[in-house]
Design a protein around this ligand. Structure first.
Ligand SMILES: [Zn+2]
Length: 594
């Protein structure tokens, strides 16, 4: 009997493979921490003396413990994400967070002792066949070595973590507690920042213009505090960079993404060169909406009324589009559905948005959605299963330690899956309004992922440079560089209201992870390039692509895409990605001028 359901409401997570229940999970946690402790006390201090086979055995044993940790941690967080009001689940998640910290502290010795080895013996070990499955991640750990300080120094730095985190918490609280009065048609009501932002997707222009104006009016009184939080965090990060010896404020993020500065520069420079493509769409969209010029509030105005897609049709679309690409992908998709690893419908208390999480080598990934039947939800379903296919194939071939990639690569398979599903939809959809909505949505998603995120990263570069010169990041200075960077992108094609100067003030990425945003641009452009290669020569492409997925995080992004003839450091690579972007743009422009 198939467990593929006919309605999204019936599609719920079955977490029994992860744990039979909260009580059993607690008991298992206690045992697991004891196992991690025993593992550490039995092996601490031995790493330097191990040969390749010995180190391999230790890493493999650690891999098993890490998977049990992951399984129980995902069980706890998934229970909460299914129902935030579930007291038992919340207690378990709190309990689990503490146990994860305890167990991870126990396992830490392995990485530290590995980093402590001299280069000669470490290189000899890395060259051995035994360590090949772990080699790349082991190399990455050693790349951090020059920036790691002595243990007491690291402990002293760690001791500041809570007070540094309170700047971020203050920023989050300032945004989360903001209640801005606005009338969206039902009388004046308090609106959160997120609610006002969601109104920018409404068809009524008055509501969009009003929501944007209200947002910045509401943020204005808080900008002094918001800027002070950012100033403190940027100052702290620059100070840490000096102590650790990082040459550039982007270097820690680049290292996490496993891309070098030259590659990021080439990608960002090609993007700035291509800002004009974005402006071409804004001009076309103004024509579509019957406006002389687009206002910033019209940026996400809906174009075309897409029809609804029942759950079974969404499943059919993703299944068929994946199957046409490679039966392997649709097999993973159906296996996840049949195993109860998809939670589809929106419910009160359920986490918002959509995500995919891997669990272990034995257990398929879990996908959470908030499926409402809009065509965009179908695209999201494909996106999350791009992640799931990546996770499942990587876990099949790699060690647990080696399955995960940095963000820059992680968003490639999901974006690619989205493009494959959109192709399929456009090939089969006959409703003209839905086709219009699809073509426009595909382009606007690309623009939001690429241009906007690069504008964000360029704003950050200038903010860090100002602060490094010893200038305080005041609201006035931040507003100025924000407006300049945005004006360069939007140009004359979009009317930017004066109040948009405060656009920097609520972006959480600036506060939480510096230069986080460029990875989205990187991944989207890379997915467009790969998609172009697929369309040119599917027969050669598909096996190489499945190999890329199964490689997980076992090599750097540059090495992983080399088999496709893609050189990430070459400026021509990124310019070629914009040729593919231009095809999407031309399809959308054709609709505007039809
Ligand atoms: Zn994603």
């Amino acid at each position: 009997m198939s467990r593929i359901s006919t309605s999204a409401e019936d599609v719920r997570w079955d977490l029994s493979e992860l744990s039979p229940g909260a009580e059993e999970a607690r008991a298992e946690w206690t045992g697991l921490v004891a196992r991690a402790t025993a593992f550490a006390s039995g092996n601490r201090g031995t790493v330097a003396a191990l040969d390749a086979a010995g180190l391999r055995a230790l890493l493999d044993e650690c891999d098993v413990v890490m998977q049990d940790l992951a399984r129980l941690a995902v069980y706890g967080s998934s229970r909460v994400n299914m129902d935030a009001a579930d007291v038992e689940a919340n207690d378990l998640a709190t309990f689990a967070r503490d146990r994860v910290a305890e167990a991870e502290n126990e396992l830490l010795f392995l990485d530290l002792e590995w980093i402590a080895l001299d280069d000669g013996p470490a290189e000899a070990l890395l060259a051995s066949a035994e360590l090949a499955p772990h080699a790349h991640k082991l190399r990455l750990l050693r790349e951090e070595k020059p920036y790691v300080l002595t243990e007491p120094e690291e402990q002293a730095l760690n001791a500041r973590a809570p007070s540094v985190a309170s700047w971020a918490a203050l920023h989050d609280r300032q945004i989360a507690t903001l209640e801005i009065p606005f009338d969206a048609g039902d009388g004046v009501e308090p609106h959160s920042v997120n609610l006002l932002l969601s109104l920018l997707f409404r068809p009524e222009r008055e509501i969009r213009l009003g929501a944007l104006a209200a947002l910045y009016e509401g943020l204005e009184p808080r900008t002094e505090v918001l800027a002070s939080c950012y100033d403190a965090l940027v100052g702290d990060r620059l100070g840490l960079d000096r102590v650790r010896g990082f040459a550039d404020p982007m270097q820690p993020t680049n290292m996490q993404n496993e891309v070098d500065a030259a590659t990021v520069d080439a990608m960002m420079a090609a993007t700035v060169e291509s800002y004009g493509l974005g402006r071409r769409w804004f001009e076309a969209k103004a024509r579509m909406l019957g406006l002389g010029k687009l206002h910033l509030a019209d940026q996400y105005a809906p174009v075309g009324e897409g029809r609804d897609f029942p759950w079974t049709e969404a499943v059919e679309i993703v299944d068929s589009s994946f199957d046409a690409f490679s039966p392997r992908l649709s097999e993973i998709f159906r296996s996840c559905l049949e195993a109860g690893h998809v939670d589809a419908a929106s419910r009160a208390g359920k986490a918002s948005g959509a995500y995919c999480t891997t669990v272990t080598k034995e257990i398929l990934p879990l996908v959470l959605l908030n499926y409402t039947g809009r065509f965009r939800d179908v695209v999201t379903l494909a996106h999350e299963f791009g992640h799931a296919a990546h996770g499942a194939l990587a876990l099949e071939r790699q060690t647990f330690r080696s399955h995960r990639t940095g963000l820059a690569l992680a968003e490639v398979p999901s974006t690619f899956a989205q493009l494959v599903a959109a192709d399929y939809l456009l090939e089969h959809e006959s409703d003209p309004q839905t086709r219009t909505a699809l073509v426009v949505d595909r382009l606007e998603q690309a623009m939001a992922a690429i241009f906007r995120q690069v504008v964000f990263a360029r704003f950050e570069q200038r903010a860090y440079a100002l602060r490094a010169e010893g200038r305080t990041l005041t609201p006035e200075r931040l507003s100025e560089i924000w407006f300049e960077e945005n004006s360069e992108y939007y140009g004359d094609a979009v009317e930017l209201p004066e109040a948009y100067r405060l656009g920097w003030s609520y972006v959480p990425h600036f506060i939480h992870v510096r230069f986080y945003t460029y990875a989205y641009a990187f991944a989207h452009l890379l997915a467009l390039l790969l998609h172009g290669r697929y369309r040119e020569d599917p027969e050669t492409f598909v096996p190489l692509y499945l190999d890329l997925l199964a490689s997980g995080g076992s090599a750097s992004p540059a090495d992983l895409v080399a088999p496709f003839g893609i050189d990430l450091a070459a400026a021509g690579t990124w310019r070629a990605a914009y040729d593919h972007f231009e095809v999407l743009l031309e399809q959308a422009e054709a609709l505007a001028d039809a």
